[in-house]
Write a protein that binds this ligand. Structure first.
Ligand code: HSE
Length: 415
């Protein structure tokens, strides 16, 4: 029998309100939001003030409340709340990807130690049920690669600026107004947000704990008109794509813009939609698409986690238990388009094997092999000098062309 859930909610912003609405409009499932903790005493609220509290302990120390739903912005404060709640034996549902990715190991261990459930489906790709799909469906199959579009804001900006010719500033403003962007949108546009999501999926798909500082994230901030023109002349769309891939028991994780051709299902994922491609050893390629941001889609994912708690659902972390010393490596090559200023830039990035090159008066690019390790090392240099680096995908054969087998093997090419 489903057990009674008394929820203490932290945060009543876009997702909190979305959850409240979704919960009140779902038939056949009841869970009661007993109290909502908020910070701002002066903000007008849409609910009666008796439901709100400004004292987190009124929720955390209330023995009647058995579920904490954490939907606040501040990852450090959220960490304190979540730790306290778990130690008190309460189950926790959160949508906070920064919190989860930054403290993944500690939180995983803490929930085991206290025998409670910590669920965070809403933290990755909004309404797409990717974590539970990995946990429940792909729990015993070896996966080779997970990639996709994990950030609604950048996808919205790329769609609106490239296809609809809106300015970057207007597109970002719209993404903020629609509740897609983080309160500090740097996390979106510089690719931190999708990196946190990739780190979370890396645990559920490959059983590894990656630290944010060891994962490359380059966002869309240095994209310019030359890059857009190059991409559209070649028939590409530009997407911000996280990749988690295993090769010979080594896992590589990185977030980079990627030129995508029509054959790739991500080509048709626009606006705030997200998409995830799961490549299994035996099942082949699977593709999931859904709304990646916004109050209602994310609220629906939170609701699904709350509902799962009513039948005592817990992540089994099977991949973690099965993993045979999977190491994380950045020593992989990708084929990339690199817009650069002078040859010094190419030396700094240690590019190898140039496939294509153009030198003009005000614009230079190469399509070459580059090591993810070099990109990570030179990330500040790339941003400071406003170089643009984009993975060039969908052309497995072309990626190999011109590389004899030994070079191809020796560079451990990501393709
Ligand atoms: N800012 C995030 C995005 C929200 O744009 O995808 C959902 O995690």
């Amino acid at each position: 029998m489903a057990k009674k859930l008394n929820i203490g909610l932290f945060g009543f912003g876009c997702v909190g309100q979305g959850l409240y609405h979704v919960l009140n409009n779902s038939k056949g499932f009841t869970a009661n939001i007993t109290k909502i903790a908020v910070k701002d005493k002066n903000k007008p609220r849409t609910l009666d003030k008796s439901i709100f509290t400004f004292d987190k302990y009124e929720i955390l120390d209330n023995p009647e409340i058995n579920v904490i739903v954490e939907l606040i912005d501040d990852a450090d404060e959220a960490f304190e709340i979540v730790k306290y709640a778990i130690r008190k034996g309460k189950h926790v549902v959160t949508a906070n990807k920064k919190l989860v990715a930054t403290h993944l190991k500690e939180l995983q261990q803490l929930q085991e130690e206290h025998n409670v459930s910590l669920l965070y489906e809403a933290s990755v790709c909004g309404s797409i049920p990717i974590i539970r799909t990995l946990e429940e469906y792909f729990d015993n199959e070896q996966l080779n690669k997970i990639s996709g579009i994990f950030n609604g804001t950048t996808n919205y900006i790329l769609t609106k600026t490239i296809s609809e010719k809106l300015s970057y500033a207007s597109a970002l403003k719209q993404a903020q107004e629609k509740g897609f962007a983080e309160s500090d949108p740097t996390s979106d546009v510089e690719g931190f947000d999708p990196k946190y999501k990739a780190i979370i999926l890396a645990l559920h798909s490959f059983g590894v704990f990656a630290k944010p500082e060891e994962v490359l994230n380059i966002g869309i901030t240095t994209l310019d008109d030359n890059d857009i023109k190059y991409a559209s002349e070649k028939g590409y769309k530009i997407k911000l794509v996280p990749t988690i891939r295993q090769n010979k028991n080594k896992i590589s994780i990185f977030v980079l813009p990627k030129f995508i051709k029509q054959e790739n299902p991500l080509y048709f994922v626009d606006n705030e939609f997200n998409g995830v491609i799961v490549e299994g050893e035996f099942s082949g390629e699977q593709f999931l698409k859904g709304k990646g941001a916004g109050g209602h889609p994310t609220g629906a994912a939170v609701l699904s986690d709350i509902s799962a708690l009513s039948y005592d659902y817990k992540y089994a972390f099977k991949k973690l238990k099965q993993s045979q010393a999977n190491n994380i490596t950045n020593d992989v090559f990708i084929k990339a388009y690199i817009r650069y200023n002078s040859v010094v830039d190419l030396q700094a990035l240690e590019t190898q094997h140039i496939f294509e090159q153009y030198k003009g008066e005000s614009y230079n690019y190469v399509v070459a092999l580059v090591n993810v390790k070099s990109l990570l090392k030179q990330k500040d240099y790339i941003l400071k000098n406003r170089l643009f680096v984009s993975e060039v995908g969908d052309e497995n054969e072309a990626a190999k062309q011109g590389l004899d087998e030994s070079v191809f093997e020796s560079v451990n090419l990501e393709y």
